[in-house]
Design a protein around this ligand. Structure first.
Ligand SMILES: Cc1cc2nc3c(=O)[nH]c(=O)nc-3n(C[C@H](O)[C@H](O)[C@H](O)COP(=O)(O)OP(=O)(O)OC[C@H]3O[C@@H](n4cnc5c(N)ncnc54)[C@H](O)[C@@H]3O)c2cc1C
Length: 424
């Protein structure tokens, strides 16, 4: 395995860093002024998007770009260090058309959309003209087990009728959000059959202005209202034409799985960028703040926090790069457990490192005068969204146990040599 950045990655990293220094950081004050007034800062973002696209810093996350689609085709290993740079200013990913949930939705459409669906939704998404959301979770069922989803997608005349309630749908309040990818139970009347709980669900493309679709509220996350929204949606007898079905009826879960691997690399690397920023802030504060006749950074416990943070960030980055490398070489199915592992490790790491930084800052760490409080809120959410920690741990453990089962009793002989067998 060779994780040294390629010459292309190194060059893009330098260009991206310059873009962040010259254009994104000077826009921060404006962005926050609009955001604090509750207005999505489209006017701040649009010139950044125009510049990023002109400079070839566009759709960097998408390896499967075709020649006629705008963007710079990179594999996941080349993209990962760029996502880390973007992660330091979380809203900046949108300037490069690399933000969730659109990146995952674009990937899904790239794989499964018909030519008409590409023209209507994928192409404007790739140009950054519209945005989208992915609507799976529901208030009435434990959504970490999506086989329980209650939203109904039924045949009705020539099309599909949708009824259900979704919540925490990221991006649904973005002023450019035009389409929701809604996953729901389409029953057993499809080719897949009713018996298999993993083959009953379908994905339909629902325009945000479809009659019957309402955004009921933007749910605050730990008391913070995200401007793009984590929204509750109600779908009441929403009617869409037959050609709004994505892929095959009953293939919803299989398609949704395809979306997850790359998205987890993106999230994880952006989180690592935030951890690096938190560590830098922690060190600067520890050097500058004085208490009990010395610097805060002189206390052994603070040095332990700094050292552990450094080691844990470097370990996590290597794990993410290995997952990206495997994704590039062997595909999403082979990298499924690796993607679960980095999702879990990066989310827990982000909470831990940011929490230490907050402690070093004292009360100021909880205020809006540093980015730490907002980062911590996001880190906490990361431990639930895209699957709670426990679900990923369970998947990883089952994979290990399956490997052990496949090995049979390969190690039993060793144990007998070391331990007396029962009854001896
Ligand atoms: C900020 C944010 C943004 C989100 N964005 C989106 C979005 O854009 N689209 C979308 O569809 N959803 C989104 N979600 C929802 C998210 O995907 C769900 O919250 C998540 O899948 C968990 O579902 P749940 O909340 O129903 O928890 P539940 O399924 O009710 O689980 C509750 C708890 O039960 C335990 N548990 C569950 N399963 C297991 C298991 N197998 N083993 C051990 N313990 C288990 C865990 O501790 C878990 O935390 C978002 C959530 C947040 C917080």
């Amino acid at each position: 395995m060779d994780f040294a950045p390629s010459p292309l990655c190194t060059a893009l990293q330098a260009r991206l860093q310059r873009f962040m220094d010259d254009l994104v950081l000077p826009s921060m004050a404006d962005w926050h002024r609009w955001a604090d007034a509750g207005v999505y800062p489209l006017d701040v973002l649009q010139p950044l998007k125009d510049s990023a696209r002109a400079l070839g810093l566009w759709n960097l996350f998408l390896p499967s770009l075709r020649a006629d689609q705008p963007g710079t085709r990179l594999d996941h290993l080349d993209y990962a260090p760029l996502a880390e740079v973007m992660g330091r200013v979380p809203w900046s990913a949108e300037a490069f058309n690399c933000s969730a949930p659109d990146s995952g939705n674009i990937e899904l459409l790239q794989l499964f959309a018909t030519p008409a669906q590409r023209e209507r939704w994928l192409d404007p998404l790739l140009r950054g003209e519209i945005r989208s959301c992915f609507a799976m979770s529901e208030p009435d069922v434990a959504s970490s087990d999506p086989t329980q989803l209650r939203t109904r997608i039924e045949r009705s005349g020539d099309g599909w009728r949708i009824n259900g309630r979704k919540w925490f749908i990221t991006g649904a309040a973005h002023p450019l959000c035009r389409v929701a990818l809604v996953i729901g139970d389409s029953g057993g009347g499809n080719a897949a059959g009713a018996g298999d709980a993993h083959r009953r669900h379908s994905i339909v493309m629902v325009p945000m202005n479809a009659p019957g679709l309402t955004v009921e509220r933007n749910i605050p996350v730990l008391d913070h209202h995200a401007l793009e929204g984590h929204c509750e949606l109600v779908l009441r007898d929403v009617q869409v034409p037959a050609d709004h079905l994505l892929g095959d009826a009953g293939a919803g879960f299989a398609m949704a799985q395809a979306r997850l691997g790359p998205g987890r690399v993106h999230h994880a690397m952006r989180s690592i960028g935030q951890c690096e920023l938190a560590l830098e802030l922690m060190c600067e504060r520890a050097l500058e703040r004085r208490a009990f006749g010395g610097r805060v950074g002189d206390f052994a416990n603070v040095q332990d926090w700094i050292a552990h943070s450094r080691l844990e960030i470097d370990q996590a980055r290597l794990l993410v790069l290995r997952a990206a490398w495997k994704l590039d070489r062997e595909g999403a199915a082979a990298a499924r457990i690796d993607a679960s592992a980095i999702k879990l490790v990066a989310a827990q790491l982000q909470s831990r490192v940011v929490d230490r930084a907050i402690q070093v800052f004292g009360a100021m760490g909880l205020s809006p005068d540093t980015p730490l409080a907002r980062m911590w809120t996001w880190g906490r959410a990361l431990r639930l969204l895209d699957g709670p920690d426990e679900v990923h741990l369970r998947g990883i453990a089952r994979h290990e146990l399956a490997s052990a089962r496949a090995r049979g009793a390969a190690n039993a002989m060793h144990l007998r040599r070391w331990l007396p067998a029962v009854g001896e």
